[in-house]
Design a protein around this ligand. Structure first.
Ligand code: ZN
Length: 160
């Protein structure tokens, strides 16, 4: 009981940080939701829902990735024209690029933690399988590391 109360208080204090991660979107804790969700209400206001149990399972990088993914769903209107599974990949790409740019995706371990956060879902009408999402993340990470190494090599070069 005390533990649950402590968690609730901790989550309440944490909420402003979550909201700041996706400015303008209302951040809502929803027990029993199962995971997280981002979108827009009929009046155009943006929201992100997070199940506190799901939140507790994730590492800081996993949390940031899911927040960034849901934030992309809430704001990237052009993605809504995509086929729903592609919309998921597009939100993953946004979150990945944001993580690299902001510096919270820096190591292989971070990518592993994000794959963990994506779970083990099989493909559905709306979502690609967790496996495919994870695979695409590793692919983006490999491309990023390759580009990064090439840039370093060029810096060491001696152009005439
Ligand atoms: Zn999504």
């Amino acid at each position: 009981m005390l533990k649950a109360l402590t968690l609730t208080i901790a989550l309440l204090f944490a909420a402003p940080a979550q909201a700041a991660f996706c400015p303008g979107a209302k951040f809502i804790w929803e027990q029993g939701h199962g995971s997280a969700e981002g979108g827009e209400l009929e009046d155009g206001s943006k929201y992100i829902i997070f199940d506190p149990e799901f939140w507790r399972e994730l590492t800081p990088v996993g949390r940031k990735f899911i927040l960034a993914h849901e934030c992309s769903h809430a704001y990237k209107l052009e993605h809504r024209k995509l086929f729903s599974r592609d919309e998921e990949f597009a939100a993953d790409k946004d979150a990945f690029e944001r993580g690299v740019k902001e510096g919270w995706i820096r190591t292989d371990k971070h990518v592993s933690q994000i794959c963990y956060a994506l779970g083990t879902d099989v493909q559905s009408h709306t979502h690609p399988s967790s496996f495919m999402r994870c695979l695409k993340l590793w692919r983006m990470w490999a491309v990023h590391k390759n580009d990064h190494n090439n840039t370093k090599k060029r810096k060491r070069g001696n152009p005439k």
